[in-house]
Design a protein around this ligand. Structure first.
Ligand code: SAH
Length: 379
């Protein structure tokens, strides 16, 4: 007898209200025998008040509420567990999707400082698993299960807004300010759903969430044709590229898709993106001890940036490597990290070192694995 394991199905999730265009929403209510203006009312509940259950919407005819729920509001995200650290200001939620796949999203509240206003950032997932197989990333080790739908992606933002509104994130108020597509998955490998999610997040209410494109960051390993496509969309989201090495020899090893699209092609595409959108590109660089953290590599990186323009088009975001199970890589020594930063600064490249928020709850960059351990499912 074959051993039956709990393999999540790859089946697509059912279509949801959030997946529909404005015209399709009007048609959907007409198909239920309701006038078109009801579509706006429903959308206001969803996108302006972040509500999920039409049976509670008393401004709609009672008889129609259940029909609307049945037709267009399937449950997409079921909370499996929630963990927090940093006094409750970092919250990781594990979700079960339709078909059983698990994904995670991480909400981070940053209190005001002398230099910046308070803000909350949601790091969301765009795929269940990831097919890019980067060896230092926990998500990459598990392979890909399936793409997430637009509604599944947007629902993570709505859920985070509800969490803030419910007072579950100490200090945070209002709603999510920034969304980063840096959770599980490669957003550019799920281009259509991600792009529709971006359009929905940035559409004015009640058709969408009303966020500014500038508040959204899409991070990619470097699927060059998709970066070019995004450049043409005319939506000025921030582009982040996970470079991690400035030379092909090393990058081929760290980022398998580099064998297909080389460092030069990727940086050219990123530079064009910056030119066209006037948005500074973020170059992500996870510092790995004795692998990519040498000062001479920092100089190669600086030259790669400067030879494409002045220093203004890119910003280097160094990420201290977060531990992942079984990984042979570790974070750099602090003196090597400092030397790397100083080299970039000498070349006048804007550089910051990212905090390792959420690492205690395996919620930091590269740690999202949606495994039973975090779900409390016994491992
Ligand atoms: N697939 C996209 C989106 C994920 S973003 C991308 O790769 O850009 C997650 C970021 O965390 C990426 O920059 C990724 O390279 C980085 N990362 C992966 N594993 C990491 C680890 N162990 N420590 C620090 N950063 C890591």
């Amino acid at each position: 007898m074959p051993v039956v394991v709990n393999t999540p199905s790859r089946a697509k999730p059912p279509r949801h209200w959030i997946d529909l265009s404005v015209e399709e929403r009007e048609q959907a209510v007409k198909d239920l025998g309701l006038p078109a203006f009801r579509a706006r009312q429903i959308s206001a509940h969803v996108f302006e008040r972040w509500e999920v259950d039409p049976t509670q919407w008393t401004d709609l005819p009672k008889a129609a509420r259940q029909d609307i729920a049945d037709a267009w509001f399937p449950v997409l995200l079921t909370e499996v567990s929630r963990q927090s650290c940093d006094n409750g200001t970092t919250v990781k939620t594990l979700w079960r999707l339709h078909g059983g796949a698990l994904v995670e999203s991480v909400l981070m509240y940053y209190p005001a400082t002398r230099h910046s206003a308070a803000r909350t950032t949601l790091c969301l997932s765009s795929q269940a698993g990831c097919g890019m197989a980067c060896p230092f990333c926990a998500t990459g080790q598990g392979g890909i299960q399936r793409n997430m739908s637009t509604a599944e992606i947007v629902s993570q933002v709505l859920a985070a807004n509800r969490l803030i509104a419910a007072g579950e994130v100490p200090g945070a108020s209002g709603r999510v300010h920034n969304v980063v597509f840096m959770g599980m998955g490669e957003p550019m490998a799920n281009y259509r759903s991600v792009l529709t999610a971006i359009r929905t997040l940035t559409a004015d209410g009640p058709a969408g969430v009303g966020m500014s494109a500038r508040a959204l960051t899409v991070s990619t390993v470097g699927l060059v044709p998709r970066i070019k496509a995004l450049t043409e969309e005319g939506i000025p989201v921030t582009l982040a590229i996970s470079l991690h090495a400035p030379d092909d020899e090393l990058r081929d090893e760290l980022i398998p898709v580099n064998r297909r699209w080389k460092v030069d092609e990727l940086l050219d595409a990123a530079w064009h993106y910056a030119e066209k959108t006037k948005r500074r590109v973020s170059i992500e660089y996870a510092l790995m001890k004795d692998i990519n953290d040498q000062a001479d590599r920092a100089a190669v990186l600086a030259r790669q940036i400067r030879r494409r323009g002045d220093w203004t088009w890119a910003h280097v975001n160094l990420i201290p490597l977060n531990p992942t199970p079984g990984s042979r890589w570790t974070a750099s020594r602090s003196e090597d990290q400092d030397a790397f930063v100083e080299t970039l600064e000498r070349w006048k490249i804007p550089v910051t070192v990212r905090d390792t928020r959420g690492s205690e709850i395996d919620g930091a960059c590269g740690q999202l694995a949606a495994v039973g351990r975090s779900a409390g499912l016994g491992q």
